[in-house]
Design a protein around this ligand. Structure first.
Ligand SMILES: C[S@@+](CC[C@H](N)C(=O)[O-])C[C@H]1O[C@@H](n2cnc3c(N)ncnc32)[C@H](O)[C@@H]1O
Length: 400
C-alpha cells in the first residue's frame, strides 16, 4: 500500500488568535488603547454590524445548553450565539479562519429529493447497453476465486465494486449522493478537475513526489477503468450517503439530562433537521480490497489554500519543492469520497472503526487518490478511514 494521504486542511496552523473564543474578562481600564480605526472604515469593511457585548460570561452552547469549556465555544459572527465546536454537525475541528456563521445564520442545508430523470441528468449517465463489460466483471471475479489462495495472497489486487442489481436501489444510492452534493452546492465530478485560476494539469506529475510515488499496476488500472465506466453507465458503487444521526456527543447529553429530557428531545429533532452531517454507508456487502471511490475535486497548489477553511481538502502531491505540492479541493465539485468520515485516531474504539484507506498512486504519470476497503464491510456499516494516514496532523480528538 502507498503511504496514506492526509486531509491537507490539517497542514494549516490553527491560529493562536482564538477570534471566536468567548472572552472571559474585559481588558482593564489601564490597558493602553490600541490604534483606533474610524467607525466609517470599520462599517464599510464589516459584513455584519459588530456589536460590543458587555459580558460574554453568560454565553452557552445553543445545542447542548452548557457554558462549560468556553475555550471551545465558537461565536456566530452574525447572531453572536455560542456553539461548542464538537456540538456542531459536522464537528468543527479547528477555529475557522475569517468570519463564521452558525447553521441557522448560514441557511441550513436543504435536502432535496431527485426524480429518476433528474438523477440521470445530474450524473450525466450514459445509455446502458455495454453488457459485455458487466459480464467480464463477473467472469473475472470467478476466475480470481478459482486461483490458489497463495497466489491471491502474494499480490493483493484491487477488486471492482459490484453495483446493486436492483435499479431502484441504485437510484436510491445515486439520489442520496445527488441530494448531499446539491445541499453542499456542489456539482458531481468523478474526475480531478483543473481550472485556469488554480494548478494546471501539467502540475500534477507523480515524478515530483518527494521520495517517489508507487505506480498502479496495469491490472489495477483496468479495474479502476472498469469501475469508472460502470459509474458512467449509472451502475454506481453500492454506497449510500446518509445523515449522521444522533450518534455522539449530543445524544449522550440528551440521555444524561433526564430532567430536561423532553425539551432536549424536541430541541434535538429541530437541531437534526437543521444541522445534519453526512456520512457514507455500505448498501451491500463489500469485500476487502474493493475499490470504493476516487477522491475528486479541483486540483490546486497547497500554497494557495493555506488560509482555506474547506475541511475536506486532500493531499494529492507532496513535492520535493513544497511550492509544487498539490491538494484536491472538493468544494465546488466532487463525488461520494468527500462524504466519508474519519476515525478518531486517539481512541482504540475509533481505530477499530476503520474499514477503508486512502492511497495515492501514479496512474499514467499523474497522482491519483483512491479509497480502498481494508477489510470486509457489512451492509449497513459506515465507512471510516484515518485522515491522519500520512502526516499525523489532522485533529480528530472530537470525532465520534
Ligand atoms: C470529508 S468531510 C466528511 C463529511 C462530513 N461529515 C460532512 O457532512 O460534510 C470532513 C469533516 O466531517 C466531519 N467529520 C468527519 N469524521 C467525523 C467523525 N468521525 N465525527 C464527527 N465529525 C466528523 C468533520 O467536521 C470533518 O472536518
Amino acid at each position: 500500500m502507498a503511504p496514506a494521504t492526509i486531509m491537507a486542511g490539517a497542514r494549516r496552523l490553527v491560529s493562536s488568535r482564538r477570534r471566536t473564543e468567548a472572552p472571559r474578562r474585559r481588558p482593564s481600564p489601564s490597558t493602553p488603547p490600541k490604534k483606533l480605526r474610524p467607525m466609517s472604515e470599520i462599517m464599510a469593511r464589516a459584513k455584519y454590524a459588530v456589536v460590543e457585548r458587555a459580558d460574554y460570561s453568560d454565553i452557552i452552547c445553543e445545542q447542548c445548553g452548557s457554558g462549560e469549556r468556553p475555550g471551545e465555544l465558537l461565536l456566530c459572527d452574525k447572531c453572536d450565539k455560542g456553539f461548542h465546536m464538537r456540538c456542531l454537525r459536522p464537528i468543527v475541528v479547528r477555529i475557522p479562519i475569517g468570519s463564521w456563521l452558525c447553521p441557522k445564520c448560514s441557511g441550513h442545508r436543504r435536502v432535496r429529493t431527485f426524480s429518476q430523470k433528474r438523477i440521470i441528468d445530474f450524473f450525466k449517465i450514459q445509455k446502458s447497453g455495454d453488457g459485455k463489460k458487466k459480464c467480464n466483471l463477473s467472469q473475472d471475479t470467478r476466475k480470481r476465486r478459482r486461483r490458489p489462495l497463495v497466489l491471491l495472497k502474494k499480490r493483493r489486487r484491487l477488486l471492482p465494486f459490484i453495483p446493486s442489481e436492483d435499479p431502484n436501489q441504485r437510484l436510491k444510492q445515486m439520489g442520496s449522493l445527488a441530494s448531499a452534493l446539491t445541499a453542499m452546492q456542489m456539482e458531481f465530478s468523478d474526475d480531478l478537475t483543473y481550472s485556469s485560476d488554480m494548478a494546471p494539469r501539467s502540475a500534477n506529475q507523480a515524478k515530483f513526489e518527494n521520495g517517489g510515488m508507487q505506480v498502479l499496476s496495469r491490472e489495477d488500472m483496468e479495474t479502476l477503468e472498469l469501475c469508472r465506466s460502470m459509474s458512467r453507465r449509472g451502475e454506481c458503487p453500492p454506497f449510500i450517503v446518509v445523515f449522521d444521526s444522533c450518534e455522539g456527543y449530543l445524544y449522550h447529553e440528551i440521555i444524561c439530562t433526564a430532567a430536561v429530557m423532553l425539551l432536549n428531545c424536541l430541541f434535538s429533532i429541530f437541531i437534526l433537521i437543521m444541522w445534519c452531517s453526512y456520512t457514507v454507508e455500505a448498501d451491500a456487502q463489500i469485500k476487502d480490497m474493493t475499490f470504493i471511490a476516487e477522491y475528486t475535486g479541483d486540483v490546486d497548489y497547497i500554497k494557495n489554500r493555506e488560509n482555506d477553511d474547506c475541511d475536506s481538502m486532500m493531499t494529492l502531491l507532496l513535492a520535493t519543492n513544497p511550492s509544487e505540492s498539490l491538494v484536491i479541493c472538493p468544494d465546488k465539485c466532487g463525488n461520494i469520497a468527500r462524504f466519508i468520515n474519519g476515525i478518531n485516531n486517539h481512541t482504540p474504539e475509533g481505530k477499530k472503526k476503520q474499514n477503508c484507506k486512502c492511497v495515492r498512486y501514479s496512474v499514467n504519470g499523474e497522482c491519483r487518490v483512491l479509497l480502498v476497503a481494508t477489510r470486509d464491510i457489512a451492509k449497513g456499516e459506515r465507512l471510516y478511514y484515518d485522515y491522519n494516514g500520512y502526516e499525523h496532523e489532522y485533529p480528530t480528538h472530537h470525532f465520534v
